[in-house]
Design a protein around this ligand. Sequence first.
Ligand SMILES: Cc1cc2nc3c(=O)[nH]c(=O)nc-3n(C[C@H](O)[C@H](O)[C@H](O)COP(=O)(O)OP(=O)(O)OC[C@H]3O[C@@H](n4cnc5c(N)ncnc54)[C@H](O)[C@@H]3O)c2cc1C
Length: 417
Amino acid sequence: MAELKADVLVLGAGMVGVSAALHLQQRGRDVILVDKHELAGEETSFGNAGMVECASVFPYMFPRDFAQIVRYALNRSPQVRYRFSDLPDFLPWVVRYFLASSPDRALHSAMSELPLIRRSLIEHEALVAEADVPELLRRTGWLKLFRSDASLASAVRDFERAKQFGVAGEVLDQKAIAAREPNLTGQFAGAVYLPAPGFVPDPGALAKAYAALFKRKGGRFAVADARTLEQGAGGWRITGNDGAAVARDVVVALGPWSDLVFRPLGYRIPLGVKRGYHLHLAPRGNAVLHHPILDFDLGYMLAPMNRGIRLTTGVEFAHRDAPPTPIQLQRALPRARALFPLGEAIDANPWKGARPCLPDMLPVIGKAPRHAGLWFDFGHQHHGLTLGPVSGRLLAELMTGETPFADPTPYAAGRFG
Ligand SMILES: Cc1cc2nc3c(=O)[nH]c(=O)nc-3n(C[C@H](O)[C@H](O)[C@H](O)COP(=O)(O)OP(=O)(O)OC[C@H]3O[C@@H](n4cnc5c(N)ncnc54)[C@H](O)[C@@H]3O)c2cc1C
């Protein structure tokens, strides 16, 4: 690129950045979307479980149950694992996460995120319609399976609480599970079926479809390293192999890599990561999986993606860039095979990604406190596919001086001091 000029540079073309670019464009801004890859949606937004979790009222907080914490500490839980050698790296963050998960603070996070969660599917539906890719958003809902009476009872309690916020669903017994998913094998205490959430059978393709829509409407895409960002007299400048791009405003939407830009600018925002893995497998024979399934007690998910059945794992605490250690995936594989008829692996190697998380499980959306024209949109934790479009709306409303549809205070970067 020679020197390109625009109103806004959006750094990061994952679901969050692409959605912000589209919402800014809808409001008349000339936007350049910047990524280190030539295509959008190649990182975390490619590898997730595909759920648009519009029924997930309560975010994933650190458990307060002592037995559960002991299981975590002993590295025996299928849902959460940690790399012992990286402990000094992530322990301070986990302590902040634990503190932010007290009942009061967890409720504050849930209520703060609720306006975004409630609008999440509506915003995807609007973009899916405009991008003309209805096949990329299915309305199957999802099924959470519980193997023990205790975990079912706890899930039913959560479901009863969620119902107070308008969440619909059903508690299923073994027979009702078999009616919904005839190919499952196993003894279940029960399941919770949530019909409302959307399912994206190819999350990377959805980000690419939104990016294609952005380009069709005149948006530009540039390949550059976000670490080249500089502030000068003309605004913010980014430099790539083919030249530079300059704009008055810049949005940091780099997901788990956002610290590469905010830290050199002097912001001490506690961005951590929860890593996860996936592997695609072919279904055996004519077996069909009708819904994404969470096998809660065994700590993995199966989702019927276009590429095959995607097995995704729970959380691994490890340094973002440490080599993969897909132990949870290896443990989950025989369990998943016992649950559903799975054949050969389709991928040569497991995919690894990192959920970008703040300790209070709320994203950072809004103006940077100390730099003119610098905006943040990152830290969408387990819900970045879900919340990308609705966060893009909120950010664009703030940037263009519209009345925001939700109170942005809980997402301000300033909450970390
Ligand atoms: C196993 C797993 C399962 C998940 N399941 C779900 C789910 O079912 N539903 C849900 O809502 N969420 C889910 N998530 C979370 C969700 O995937 C993330 O929150 C979301 O993808 C974050 O999007 P993003 O755009 O912020 O980040 P990313 O998609 O990672 O995008 C960041 C972009 O920044 C670019 N970039 C990085 N460094 C640079 C640089 N130096 N210069 C230029 N560009 C750079 C990257 O190339 C990338 O395109 C899951 C996550 C994991 C790991």
